[in-house]
Design a protein around this ligand. Structure first.
Ligand code: FAD
Length: 483
């Protein structure tokens, strides 16, 4: 493996302009396969050089922006070794143009940085992306990207106007140059399959100066939870609600539900909306707090409303280990199944189930508009988590708990196919084989993530990267591998 050649090749192209790290802290666990090299470009031309060199030297490359992939496919390869990582963390400039409601953002920027830079320029502009501030803009938008503006404006990927991408030949292409098929594929078809996105041009959306939030925690009441399922996707489009289920860390192991809400408007109007649509939750004016849109993102994280906005600029990553899975729910889950769900939650050390309401704009955007298909008729997304501290000896028990819960939920969630969210990557759904990636095998997980859009993604992949240079455990395969 001529890695030394790669090293000197890059040195010759860009002397003293790249960083080289070997086995940094993120790869501390002995069982985790280590990259031979992590290349952190300082300019976009370095990305072109990395693609050209890796291809020429036949070195397998992983692409990482914020590093939040649920299965770590941006920096760990379990199917192929040796490999290198192209880490885009230094490409993080953000240029906000309030005059035409747009911004160019490089992929190494985090969502927190993006929100902060938008808020610096305007209190009445926002962007409909995720809640967690350290998530990278690069990977996030390639998989869809949802947050508290979901019901009003859709996903982050629904609000992209242009992009710059380095293709497999090392060329930088904008929307016009890449064509509408590739531009379609990169907005929801999952990262690491089509090229290296350098930056996105995004459409900023209107938010009011006052946003109202609430968060109430109650012991899980199956009747109330059932009622939430009936109303959540039909509420006013300015209101997004979620339910977070956890277990108290006491000997009683009580399962609680936190109902939280984000309303684009003032508290007086929210009182009316909730009174008309969901009085069973029993909220009154004193449960509501008025704040700004940017601060409401921190509240969703969750942090107190007086948290400094500088928090959004921190680039620390989650420090616990976790496993996550997702479902889309189209019919209310009956009360007896909610009772069983409660029992199962109480049996795990540190579980978290999050239900996020869909409806409104998510119903209006057609299923084929972008690769993300879980739109009309989805009432809410259900997200299952189990967390454990690093070094925990019971990982197998945690994995078995979440797999068993996922199996239990089968009759109550979307079917034919059972939907999954590519941004919550789940290798339990299936893994590509090295050098033998068959479309039929990949369609097992591909159809869950993309439904009928999977075939079009394969077509685009076959056109732009027939030799499958950009690949990982769940990348889109070309129809026939040309090598
Ligand atoms: C703690 C946490 C909170 C989260 N919260 C939310 C949320 O609120 N809403 C939501 O929708 N999702 C959320 N996610 C999921 C998140 O959106 C995805 O994991 C997303 O892919 C992360 O992007 P990244 O750049 O940080 O990750 P990375 O690990 O860097 O990349 C993810 C994938 O995209 C590819 N990729 C990365 N950069 C590029 C690029 N420049 N060009 C091409 N491919 C690229 C990678 O190869 C990999 O396949 C969360 C994840 C975590 C861990």
């Amino acid at each position: 493996m001529p890695l030394s050649t790669f090293h000197s090749f890059l040195h010759n192209l860009h002397p003293k302009q790249f960083f080289l790290f070997l086995s940094p802290g993120g790869f501390a666990e002995p069982a985790v396969p280590k990259p031979e090299l992590i290349f952190t470009p300082l300019s976009e031309s370095h990305v072109q050089a990395a693609v050209i060199c890796s291809k020429e030297l036949d070195i397998h490359m992983r692409v990482r922006s914020g590093g939040h992939d649920f299965e770590g496919v941006s920096y760990v390869s379990i199917i192929e070794s040796p490999f290198i990582v192209l880490d885009l963390t230094n490409l993080r400039s953000i240029s906000v143009n309030i005059n035409d409601d747009s911004a160019w953002v490089q992929v190494g920027a985090t969502l927190g940085e993006l929100y902060y830079r938008i808020a610096e320029k305007s209190k009445v502009h926002g962007f409909p992306a995720g809640i967690w501030p350290t998530v990278g803009v690069g990977g996030h938008i390639t998989g869809g990207g949802y947050g508290i503006l979901l019901r009003k404006y859709g996903l982050a990927a629904d609000n992209v106007i242009d992009a710059h991408i380095v293709d497999v030949h090392g060329r930088v292409l904008d929307r016009a140059a890449m064509g509408e098929d590739l531009f379609w594929a990169i907005r929801g078809g999952g990262g690491g399959s089509f090229g290296v996105i350098l930056s996105w041009k995004i459409k900023l959306v209107a938010v009011p100066e006052t946003v109202t939030v609430f968060s109430v925690t109650k012991t899980l009441d199956t009747k109330l939870l059932y009622r939430w399922q009936q109303v959540a996707d039909k509420l006013d489009e300015n209101l997004l609600t979620r339910v977070l289920m956890r277990v108290t860390n006491t000997s009683e192991r009580i399962v609680t539900t936190t109902y939280d809400g984000y309303f684009l408007g003032g508290a007086d109007r929210l009182v009316q909306v909730m009174q008309e649509s969901f009085p069973e939750l029993g909220l009154t004016r004193k449960d509501y707090s008025e704040t700004s849109w940017i601060q409401s993102n921190l509240f969703a994280y969750p942090l107190p409303l007086n948290t400094s906005l500088e928090f959004l600029l921190l680039r620390n990553t989650p420090s616990t280990s976790f496993e996550g899975k997702a479902d889309f729910v189209r019919e209310p889950i009956p009360e007896f199944a909610l009772e069983e769900l409660r029992k199962r939650i109480s049996e795990e050390d540190d579980p978290l189930i999050i239900w996020t309401a869909y409806g409104r704009m998510m119903n209006r955007i057609p299923e084929y508009e972008t690769p993300f298909p879980h739109r009309k008729g989805t009432m809410y997304k259900s997200h299952y988590f189990t967390n454990w501290p690093k070094g925990d000896k019971n990982v197998a028990t945690h994995m078995s708990w979440i797999r068993s819960l996922y199996n239990y939920m089968t009759p109550y969630v979307s079917k034919f196919p059972r939907g999954a969210y590519v941004n919550y990557r789940d290798l339990d759904l299936g893994i590509n084989k090295k050098d033998n990636t068959s479309v039929i095998q990949a369609s097992v997980w591909g159809v869950k993530y993309f439904k009928g859009n999977f075939q079009r993604l394969v077509k685009v992949k076959t056109e732009v990267d027939p030799e499958n240079f950009f690949r990982h455990e769940q990348s889109i395969p070309p129809l026939v591998l040309k090598r």
